[in-house]
Ligand binder design. Structure first.
Ligand SMILES: Cc1cc2nc3c(=O)[nH]c(=O)nc-3n(C[C@H](O)[C@H](O)[C@H](O)COP(=O)(O)OP(=O)(O)OC[C@H]3O[C@@H](n4cnc5c(N)ncnc54)[C@H](O)[C@@H]3O)c2cc1C
Length: 476
């Protein structure tokens, strides 16, 4: 019998899960996919928003500003790439300049620190590659960038190191409640019992909610597509460059990533299918067109990848963080559109507080260790590199030449708690395949290492999910 079951190992479920492992509780996070961080938390803009745009008084405003304040320390503890690069919202005409003023006032009401309205000259001084048409900007020094899937994976690993349990390939298909005990049925017919359920199922949160509660909200997917540019384009922008937001969202941004690439997107498309992660010519063309307004310096021939993610848009305006009115002990953490990533650390604190108010008896553990280490070989000083190779020769063998990833790091990503079992899971943990050749050279080597370490046949290694085989058999 668990105290708390968290459904969904995206950044929201992972943050709540780790927070709960600070207490003397039996906690498990259940994820339907073969790996954690496979939903929206792996495909977004990776921005820790400062918090000037959510309307004052909303949960989005409260948790965004609070979450962004917690991020830097958390990333340090969890060894996750993070950079406070600051953001600029650009104004191009009179209407935009009024919007910037309104965002400035709203941000100050939300408690965002250091906001400033910049003239055209001040803006261009910060970002020389901006288009001629820029008239001024709102500068938010607390805006930041992060590795969103690295962060989510690190939260889960740290939660497991602290006594929590994480189960992948564990889709919840039914929930019942008798007296004070919930029974969750998984797809493989396993049953779990618990006192509290946290629903952090992303675009499927309404489906999970309706397994036990009356319908109180609906989630509609809103797709956003992106270009990822080679590192040759990474210096075009130092800050995250937004245009003025509209009813459809924050608009197309141009931003450096924590790994030195440039990200351009997203567009905004309301779709029906919660699995439709297509990337389309029309979508990408629309992004290119919109981004031109920000800068015409991007060379799109340096695109190394395109991808899309699904915003979990609910029919309410705000995040949904509440206990169901009729089913006591069932807590929704749903409708997590942007700024869900930025808000996640604070949402976790809010949900644990809510659980305690709803009767969860939880005592802090003296043994909780907030630290989680990960070796990034190329970032080490020369002497440490040499010492590491002496200790383990696999750190002396480069497997991914684009991102300079060693065999030692790949083996580590497989052996860690909730370790990688697929080629993409290795890629998300230590980056082989993220570079210019997109795994063309290192992909087969990564498959070999996975097969060797997991004691599987090479043909059994999948790309990113069950049955996504890469090889069909031996030719010789
Ligand atoms: C295009 C785009 C750009 C964005 N940019 C930003 C940004 O820059 N900054 C920011 O702050 N926010 C951003 N966001 C929002 C942010 O990405 C989300 O708020 C956040 O990732 C949501 O996390 P989550 O854990 O709720 O959902 P998810 O990451 O989708 O996780 C939900 C998990 O639940 C699992 N699941 C579903 N059903 C079940 C079941 N029955 N049983 C078990 N598991 C189940 C899923 O497989 C999934 O892994 C963006 C979103 C999009 C789409």
């Amino acid at each position: 019998m668990y105290d708390v079951v968290v459904i969904g190992a995206g950044v929201i479920g992972a943050s709540i899960f780790r927070e709960l492992t600070k207490y003397n509780l039996k906690v498990v996070v259940l994820e339907k996919e073969i790996d954690v961080a496979m939903g929206t938390s792996r495909a977004n803009s990776a921005i820790i928003h400062a918090g000037y745009d959510p309307e004052e008084g909303t949960l989005m405003a409260k948790y965004n500003v609070w979450g962004s304040e917690l991020f830097e320390e958390l990333c340090k503890d969890l060894s996750v790439p993070y950079k406070k690069n600051g953001s600029l919202v650009l104004g191009f005409n009179d209407e935009d300049m009024i919007t910037l003023e309104a965002l400035y006032k709203n941000g100050n009401k939300n408690g965002v620190k250091g906001l400033a309205l910049l003239s055209r000259e001040e803006t261009i001084k910060k970002e020389p590659n901006l288009s001629e048409k820029v008239r001024g900007a709102l500068f938010a020094p607390t805006g930041a960038i992060v590795g969103p899937f690295e962060y989510t994976i690190a939260l889960i690993e740290n939660g497991v190191m602290n006594g929590g349990e994480a189960r992948t390939s564990s889709e919840v298909i039914a929930i019942d409640k008798k007296e004070d005990v919930f029974t969750l049925t998984l797809k493989d017919k396993t049953k779990l019992e618990c006192s509290y359920v946290i629903n952090a199922a992303g675009v499927y949160a309404d489906k999970v909610h309706n397994m036990i509660c009356e319908e109180t909200y609906r989630i509609m997917p809103r797709r956003g597509q992106y270009y990822v540019m080679d590192k040759s384009q990474g210096d075009i922008a130092a800050h995250t460059l937004f245009q003025c937001p509209s009813k459809k969202g924050k608009g197309v941004l141009v931003t450096p990533t924590v790994h030195g690439n440039l990200l351009v997107g997203p567009n905004s498309e309301d779709i029906e299918d919660k699995e439709d992660l297509s990337v389309t010519n029309e979508g990408l063309d629309a992004i290119k067109d919109a981004a031109k307004r920000t800068t015409d310096k991007i060379n799109y021939r340096e695109t190394i990848r395109s991808f899309s993610g699904l915003r979990a848009l609910s029919d309410r305006e705000d995040f949904i963080i509440e206990e169901d009115k009729k089913v006591k002990g069932f807590i929704d953490a749903a409708g997590m559109k942007s700024p869900g990533l930025s808000a996640a650390p604070a949402i976790a604190l809010g949900v644990v507080d809510l659980l305690q108010k709803k009767g969860l008896k939880a005592c802090l553990k003296a043994t909780f260790n907030p630290k989680r280490e990960q070796i990034r070989f190329m970032e080490l000083p020369q002497e440490e590199k040499q010492a590491l190779i002496k200790k383990d020769h696999r750190y002396g063998r480069i497997i991914c030449r684009c991102e300079n990833v060693t065999e030692g790091e790949i083996v580590d990503s497989i052996k860690r708690p909730v370790g990688a079992t697929t080629v993409d899971a290795v890629k998300r943990r230590c980056r082989p395949g993220m570079g210019r050749c997109q795994g063309g050279f290192c992909g087969p080597r990564v498959q070999e290492i996975l097969a060797r370490e997991l004691h599987l046949e090479l043909q059994d290694i999948v790309l990113d999910r069950d049955h996504a085989y890469i090889l069909t058999g031996k030719t010789k």
